[in-house]
Design a protein around this ligand. Structure first.
Ligand code: ATP
Ligand code: MG
Length: 315
């Protein structure tokens, strides 16, 4: 649905995008992740036909951005990183305005605006002034606006930035719902964990170069960062049950385990990078007679995986 092939973009002497290639299939929820200045917004503006690439090809739905701007604008809903300032407009007027701008016939506007208000959970705020909305509501209004013309593809530039944890969860739920409705979504963030759980795939960009594209799971594996489990054992009042050292010895022979550390009664177990099931660890513990009082899986911080991945690519 979205293709970039060898796209470069310069601002004067600054290279904002450097030979970027990226492919996003229909129905994907693609997380576009990179630090400030990486080139995320530039990429999205090219796809929204607001900027022209210097070299390379970019297309949406098979339509080239250089030749089919008009058609692409119908296909794409682009939410920029700033909503802009709209004084003296209510939520309802704001959406009606964009419905008119998209040339939706007046008779249909009411029901379309109702639909997007419902979807973005803003019905109760329809008469509120846009600039009185909280940040989370403004971001949802931004999404509501790009849904007005029912585009197949959504380009959402940092929709979760500046949101509190609850508003972030609501935004995630909204994006997941939109994916269920069949939209293809490209969503950017500079915080990996903001997107990790919901995306079907991610791309990591830094200084205009794509460092990684693929599934989150593969990103972990490539970064060599397996999941960790903290296991606490109890010898039992009778002194029976495997000692932590003995359990660690058994676990270290288990192929699903990359490393084991022992600290007092607690084992720190790192799974092999491609290992997602805890089952082999549980079976090994039972097999050696360990009495487990706590079994706490700890997701490796995605940020750590990200750092390792970017370091690996740059070295
Ligand atoms: N209009 C412009 N004129 C000159 N330089 C620009 C312009 N827009 C962006 N840049 C530069 O291009 C690079 C990429 O910017 P871009 O906005 O695409 O990054 P980003 O990944 O969206 O960053 P952020 O996370 O801060 O939004 C940056 O170095 C930025 O300073
Ligand atoms: Mg940006």
């Amino acid at each position: 649905m979205i293709h970039l092939q060898g796209v470069s973009k310069h601002y004067g002497s600054l290279v904002a995008l450097d030979n970027l290639s990226l492919h996003i299939g229909p129905g994907e929820l693609f997380g576009f992740i990179g630090p400030n200045g990486a080139g995320k917004s530039t990429t999205m503006k090219i796809l929204a036909c607001l900027l022209r690439p210097d070299t390379g090809r970019a297309s949406v739905g098979g339509l080239d951005v250089l030749h089919h701007g008009h058609e692409i604008r119908k296909l794409v809903g682009y939410m920029p990183d700033f909503l802009g300032v709209y004084d003296d407009l209510t939520v309802d007027e704001y959406l009606q305005f964009f419905a008119a701008a998209f040339k939706i016939p007046a008779a249909k506007r009411r029901s379309i605006v109702e639909g997007v208000l419902e979807l973005t959970d803003l019905r109760e705020k329809r008469h509120a002034m846009v600039d009185s909305l909280s940040r989370g509501m403004q971001q949802r209004l931004g999404v509501a606006r790009v849904l007005i013309h029912d585009p197949k593809v959504l380009l959402l530039d940092e929709p979760a930035s500046g949101l509190d944890p609850r508003a972030r969860i609501e935004m995630r739920e909204l994006l997941t719902e939109l994916t269920r409705m069949g939209k293809t979504i490209m969503v950017s963030s500079h915080i990996l964990s903001e997107l990790a759980e919901m995306c079907s795939s991610i791309g990591i960009i830094e200084r205009g170069k794509l460092l990684y594209a693929g599934s989150i799971h593969d990103a972990y594996a490539r970064a060599g960062a397996g999941q960790r489990i903290s296991v606490t054992l109890e010898p039992g009042p009778d002194g029976l049950g495997a000692s932590p050292e003995r359990a660690a010895e058994f676990l270290s022979r288990c192929p699903a385990v990359a490393r084991v550390g022992v600290e007092g009664p607690t084992l720190s177990v790192e799974l092999a990078p491609d290992q997602t099931s805890h089952q082999p660890v549980i079976e090994t513990l039972i097999g050696c007679g360990a009495r487990v009082v706590a079994f706490v899986p700890r997701q490796v911080k995605l940020e750590d995986a990200f750092l390792r991945l970017t370091k690996g690519a740059l070295n």
